[in-house]
Design a protein. Structure first.
Length: 362
């Protein structure tokens, strides 16, 4: 039976990884902000300055696989996959539920004659169940929930399957996902896939490649000797530079997306984890990391509300509303990051969740 010290050990390892790699926290925050800035202009009918920042989601998948491998993989090899999934759901659900409820309240206001439908969609969303209707988003109250769902699937697969693979076998899994990702990108013309009824199945290859590569990087990182470190500023800047400059690369959109996801972002990730950060900069980077998931979880309902408020208003008023909505997102994200919701649902029986079936029986 796994003792309580085992759970504490995993927590300490996670904290150590975070304190040793604050640049990853900063990159997580930057990536979440880029996703928000990608979504914001689409509510007003144009692409804006960050039309390819949807690829930041692939960076999130890579980061998740990396961090969770450093924190838990040794225990996952002999633990319950369903227990790890429950642990991750309890960690991610509260903040996501805030965004779902915000979206539901808006729908109740905007669609007062469809209360039953809104209640049903809300219940499905809170249970991580997508709605396959028409060609809409899988999660109509809070669109980004699709990637959280795929990450949870990856967490289960990690505990059940990936943690038991050798490095060579893991690279085979990642390589197979990469091949499928290229084929799917060619089919849809880009890698903005996984979030709608029409392209949901492509999300398996996005998370398969990104998360699997993050697992591999974590294993190599733990064994490798530090090389020449990258200056932390460039480690922080390289990912947003890739996403901002990608539209000017003279390639078809699908090819450019594949270049970024399969080559450029992995290279940037590996360089970033080897960058050294001075103590005085670690605090701001950790702050960016702390607001990243709250921001990701609530930004779409706030942006939807800003569009409704700005409708029919003069251009100057619309601009003020849009700027105000961005400020509200940051303030709410900061407040949520400081709240108990950011810690997830506490599990008093956490050690039991990580036991293997044989350990529980014995």
């Amino acid at each position: 039976m796994i003792a309580i010290d085992g759970a504490r050990s995993a927590t300490h390892k996670s904290d150590a990884a975070s304190s040793r790699l604050p640049l990853l926290d900063g990159l997580r925050g930057i990536a979440a902000i880029l996703v928000m800035l990608h979504h914001e202009p689409t509510y007003f009918g144009y692409e804006g300055l960050f039309p390819r920042a949807y690829l930041a989601v692939d960076f999130f998948f890579m980061l998740s696989g990396f961090v969770l491998t450093l924190s838990y993989e040794e225990r996952l090899r002999t633990s319950s996959a369903s227990g790890f999934l429950i642990f991750r759901i309890c960690r991610l659900w509260p903040l996501l539920a805030v965004g779902i409820v915000m979206g539901a309240v808006q729908q109740f206001i905007w669609e007062p004659n469809h209360t039953s439908m809104v209640l049903a969609i809300t219940a499905f969303s809170l249970l991580f169940l997508p709605v396959f209707a028409g060609n809409c988003g899988l999660y109509q109250l809070n669109g980004p929930q699709w990637s959280v769902t795929f990450e949870l699937i990856a967490n289960f697969v990690h505990a059940k399957f990936l943690s038991r693979l050798s490095d060579a076998q893991l690279l085979g899994f990642v390589g197979g996902s990469a091949v499928m990702l290229v084929l799917v990108g060619q089919k849809f013309g880009n890698l903005a896939i996984g979030d709608t009824v029409g392209n949901w199945w492509g999300g398996f290859f996005r998370v398969g490649f990104g998360y699997g590569l993050g697992v591999f990087f974590a294993r190599r990182f733990g064994r490798s000797q530090p090389g020449t470190p990258l200056l932390w500023f460039w480690g922080l800047a390289i990912v947003p530079m890739i996403l901002i400059l990608l539209p000017v690369v003279p390639l078809p959109r699908a090819a450019g997306d594949c270049l970024a996801v399969l080559v450029l972002l992995p290279m940037a990730f590996w360089l970033a984890i080897r960058a050294q950060v001075g103590e005085r900069f670690a605090g701001p980077l950790l702050l960016l990391g702390s607001i990243s998931y709250p921001l990701y979880a609530i930004h779409v309902p706030v942006l939807a509300a800003s569009r409704a408020l700005a409708h029919g208003q003069p251009a100057e008023t619309q601009l003020a509303i849009r700027a105000g909505s961005i400020a509200v997102i940051f303030v709410l994200s900061w407040a949520l990051a400081r709240s108990s919701l950011s810690k997830g649902i506490r599990l008093g029986r956490l050690p039991w969740l990580f036991q293997s079936r044989m350990q529980r029986v014995s």
